[in-house]
Ligand binder design. Structure first.
Ligand code: GAP
Length: 508
């Protein structure tokens, strides 16, 4: 049995070995928390993007997409609150010289207490067997109640101190809880300070403050500043949405856990503009829709859970995360936020331009309210990739690693493989490849034994391998091997496209 940490290491190594994800500028020893997607990674990423774009833009008559620039007028970030409030509380350990997010140190401490509750539950399950009632146990067991009380009191103090910017109290809390540096075990902490997460640069050649611009930390603001353009030119009627995907940049204090937390990453966001007062109804709608989208990838519901935000951002009146069971545990994958009219109103104030909607149904003008769905593309990639990674022991005693990626997301849909590199088999295989390539991304390979070639395709998640042998030359049939079952079937060349196509349907 491998533990989660070992499994995660294997997943990261596999992503590199098979051309999915490389450390950025690796030949120079890499750049922290930045990654490049390789030849198969980019395909998986594009397929996820496509799945999202279709489900948002193509399948909704009232959602359109845009592609805004990464650079935006600097006032955008003043209006959005990012210049003043997009901070993380940072703390350094004086001995190890390591930097941490102070709130994450406390949250990790809370997770340890939650772990103790889980241990109690496990013990009790063993003791009481079938008659065990977990809910009753959680609400009555004195030890569990004590742990829960501790958690509540820590959370209350942490979030109220953060809210009121009492950073000295956050440090006090870290000290009182006896939190030690996870690396050195030291308690020698600096003060807690605010650290703005936006990267800035200079526009043009003058290095003056007036020319300071930012790399966008979220794609959402590109949607807000284009609200009027899209509403007018698209003659959009409320409720309607604008979707966008693209790069975002954050100078994360602690960037770790592979592509989970990066300094350059991609978001897929959709802002849904609604009548004021109707936002919570739409919030519920989008919570449900987004969960359906995740489940549409064929990953079971047990791998996902909703998490309600403990402390709401200043602009939000409701916020939930969809968390995924990553190799390092349940963590945020997507946020669904009811952002009120905060952003549009603030852009209206800062720009002096009217941002309103005239609603003919109620004969009133208003600033629309917004429900946002915001998902990290790289985190979705990690979710799909890590869930798909499977080590199998086969009947003959051998082992294989197979990526059970949902076929519609798989980088390569079919590999066309001549059994041997002679007797006209490569020519026939290439003919088949040419017949399929306009519909599916296929792969052609003639080197190595067929068994080795099958394993390589398993390792990159190719749903079908098509083998061309001597019989193919006689009767135009091939063997088609299915990735998960490894079953092989003899079929006519004219049936291949249909078989692949059937497997790709159903999820979208
Ligand atoms: N517009 C709202 C917004 O940006 P967020 O919760 O800060 O909300 C949304 O980010 C999503 O973007 C997260 O749920 C996560 O999937 C992804 N994300 C955020 N920071 C990230 C990072 N440093 N690396 C990778 N993905 C990140």
């Amino acid at each position: 049995m491998v533990n989660n940490e070992d499994r995660f290491k294997k997943i990261i190594a596999h992503a590199k070995e098979y051309g999915f994800v490389f450390q950025s500028s690796e030949i120079y020893d890499g750049l922290a928390a930045t990654y490049d997607y390789g030849q198969y990674g980019v395909e998986l990423k594009n397929n996820i993007k496509n799945y999202w774009w279709k489900s948002m833009v193509q399948y909704h008559e009232n959602i359109v997409g845009i592609d805004a620039a990464i650079f935006m007028h600097p006032t955008t970030w003043k209006a959005s609150g990012h210049v003043d409030a997009f901070n993380d509380p940072m703390i350094d350990n004086k001995d190890s010289k390591k930097r941490y997010r102070a709130d994450v140190l406390v949250e990790d401490h809370i997770a340890k207490i939650e772990g103790k509750i889980q241990k109690e539950v496990k013990k009790a399950t063993k003791r009481f067997g079938e008659s065990f009632d977990e809910q009753q146990f959680l609400s009555t067991n004195p030890r569990v109640l004590k742990y829960q009380e501790q958690i509540e009191s820590i959370k209350k103090r942490l979030y109220s101190s953060l809210e009121d910017e009492r950073l000295d109290d956050v440090k006090g809390l870290i000290e009182e809880l006896g939190i030690v540096d996870p690396v050195s075990g030291s308690r020698n902490w600096t003060e807690v300070r605010q650290f703005n997460l936006m990267f800035s640069t200079q526009l043009g050649s003058l290095s003056e403050d007036a020319n300071k611009i930012y790399l966008r930390p979220e794609t959402a603001q590109g949607i807000f500043v284009n609200y009027m353009n899209v509403q007018k030119t698209g003659r959009m009627k409320i409720p309607f949405g604008i979707a966008q995907m693209g790069k975002a940049f954050r100078n994360e204090i602690v960037a770790r856990q592979f592509i989970f937390r990066m300094r350059e990453f991609e978001q897929m966001e959709m802002q849904f503009f609604v009548r004021p007062g109707e936002e919570l109804k739409w919030f519920e709608y989008w919570k449900e829709q987004r969960m359906k989208w995740h489940l549409g990838m064929g990953i079971p519901a047990s791998e996902y859970r909703f998490h309600e935000h403990d402390n709401l951002a200043h602009y939000a009146n409701a916020a939930f995360d969809i968390e995924f069971n990553f190799p390092m545990g349940f963590k945020e994958l997507e946020g669904i936020h009811s952002r009120t009219d905060f952003d549009l109103k603030s852009h209206q104030d800062h720009s002096g331009k009217k941002i309103q909607y005239f609603d003919p149904e109620i004969n009133e003008s208003y600033v629309p309210y917004v429900v946002e769905t915001s998902i990290g593309l790289d985190r979705t990639f990690l979710a799909v990739f890590s869930y798909a990674y499977t080590e199998e022991k086969l009947e003959d005693g051998s082992e294989r690693v197979v990526l059970k990626i949902p076929p519609f997301l798989a980088p390569i849909k079919a590999a066309v493989l001549p059994l041997v590199k002679k007797d006209g088999l490569p020519e026939k295989a290439l003919e088949i490849f040419d017949g399929l390539k306009y519909d599916y991304l296929c792969f052609y390979e003639e080197k190595d034994s067929i068994g080795k070639r099958y394993r390589r395709q398993d390792a990159i998640g190719t749903p079908y391998c098509i083998t061309v042998d001597h019989k193919t030359l006689e009767d135009n049939t091939v063997t088609i091997r299915e990735r998960d079952t490894m079953k092989q079937e003899r079929v006519g060349i004219d049936k291949i496209s249909e078989i692949i196509g059937a497997r790709l349907k159903g999820n979208q």
